[in-house]
Design a binder for this molecule. Structure first.
Ligand SMILES: Cc1cc2nc3c(=O)[nH]c(=O)nc-3n(C[C@H](O)[C@H](O)[C@H](O)COP(=O)(O)OP(=O)(O)OC[C@H]3O[C@@H](n4cnc5c(N)ncnc54)[C@H](O)[C@@H]3O)c2cc1C
Length: 378
């Protein structure tokens, strides 16, 4: 029998995990094409390290050319159209006909959608934005630093809090922390709503360090002349340095495909199936009831890979449960860990919270290196 043609759009957390699992489990029975517009992968959390000068972009890039897996072909191409009813995909260089199509194109950032953000602020959610900030932050020594979220959904909900802890350490090391006020503006009423213990630990950490948290608020726009951020509630917040989390949206090619009429790809939560046979969507681009974070994309990828394998060999598939184990930077080289399961009969359920420690910082490092090993063979 001819191998099953699996076309995976997007080589991020989700796409890399599906490709790795299928290649490992059924190298002779699948023919995988993995497509991404970029030449390399960067972990979301590495952007924070780049921004604060703890590392550099070249050090954190994993190049797709390193992928050497049975039955996996990587193509650096931009996807230009997706027809979910025929499972045909066009790119800037070729066309593909899939037996199984996996849409893992992530979420795009739209800084221009917020008035004044591009002119008057900075964003740290893209690789380029984080790298730019690495040269801006050394010039900031006094005033009000505002870390502000423009709207929901946004990737890695604890990231604004992590940024505040890391900014505190950065300014302390440069001996100018006393001249800087730090505030976080977030739509989340508390930093990690499904885990009260995590939220309490973050808010206690903020109180110890003099960091303010404005929960339940989003930024509507910036006035670069007055250096004021206006929140949707009408409150004005003056700033000297604005670190923004831009609005997120599904990539235009996905919006144009008819897969995302609600703005994100509609999926059956426990299977990640779209209404189109043989078409799955997972990770940030999908509207599964989980946060936008790599750990959730990775677990969803395992469920999708299992279903593709069950199509080949039969077998049981465990439904997607929206479980994720997240590491949270608390500053002072300490990291905490929280577990949450989002798809349960009773809604999101917070699991254990492990307080910040240096041992968990080592565990987080291992989390990253183990993925690079699995996906890139490093
Ligand atoms: C600052 C920050 C910190 C974070 N920290 C964490 C963390 O600690 N833990 C965690 O789990 N998550 C974290 N995240 C979130 C995490 O990075 C994302 O949720 C995760 O990468 C989503 O995986 P994905 O596969 O859905 O999408 P992505 O990893 O974004 O991959 C999507 C891929 O699709 C490609 N693509 C898009 N459009 C096209 C196109 N038209 N043609 C071809 N290719 C295209 C992109 O180039 C990209 O490589 C963080 C994010 C940020 C910004």
């Amino acid at each position: 029998m001819a191998p099953l043609k699996v076309v995976i759009l997007g080589a991020g957390f989700g796409g890399l995990e599906v490709a790795s699992r299928l290649s490992a489990a059924a190298p002779d029975d699948v023919d995988i094409t993995l497509i991404d517009q970029n030449d390399s992968f960067v972990f979301g959390f590495s952007k924070l390290d780049v921004m604060f000068g703890r590392t550099t972009l070249p050090q954190v890039r994993a190049y797709y050319r390193e992928i050497d897996k049975p039955s996996v072909t990587f193509r650096r191409e931009t996807v230009t159209s997706i027809d979910p009813s025929t499972r045909k995909v066009a790119t800037d260089r070729s066309t593909y006909q899939a037996d199984v199509l996996v849409v893992a194109l992530g979420a795009d950032l739209d800084p221009a959608a917020t008035p004044g953000l591009v002119e008057g602020g900075h964003e740290f959610y893209s690789v380029d934005g984080a790298a730019r900030l690495a040269s801006v932050l050394p010039t900031f020594t006094s005033g009000h630093a505002v870390i502000g979220v423009m709207g929901t959904p946004f990737k890695c909900p604890p990231a604004p809090a992590e940024t505040a802890f890391m900014l505190h350490d950065y300014l302390t090391a440069r001996q100018c922390r006393d001249q800087v006020q730090i505030s976080v503006v977030s739509p989340l009423p508390v930093p990690v709503p499904p885990s009260p213990a995590t939220s309490r630990a973050i808010l206690d950490g903020f109180a110890e360090r003099g960091i303010s948290y404005l929960g339940g608020q989003t930024v509507a726009g910036l006035d670069p002349g007055r250096r004021t951020a206006t929140l949707h509630s009408g409150i004005d917040v003056d700033y000297d340095l604005f670190l923004g989390v831009p609005l997120h949206r599904a990539p235009q090619v996905v919006l144009d495909s008819g897969l995302a009429d609600s703005g994100w790809v509609e999926v059956e939560p426990t299977t990640l199936r779209t209404p189109y046979p043989g078409v799955y969507a997972l990770g940030d681009v999908a509207n599964a009831p989980v946060p936008r974070a790599g750990v959730f994309a990775e677990r969803a990828a395992a469920v999708v890979a299992d279903q593709i394998l069950a199509q080949l060999f039969a077998g049981d598939v465990t439904p997607y449960d929206g479980y994720g184990m997240c590491y949270i930077e608390f500053g002072d080289e300490r990291v905490a860990r929280v577990e949450v399961t989002f798809i349960t009969a009773n809604g999101p359920e917070g699991g254990p919270f492990t307080p910040p420690s240096r041992d968990l910082a080592i565990e987080k490092d291992h989390f990253g290196t183990s993925r690079l090993q699995r996906w890139f063979g490093r």
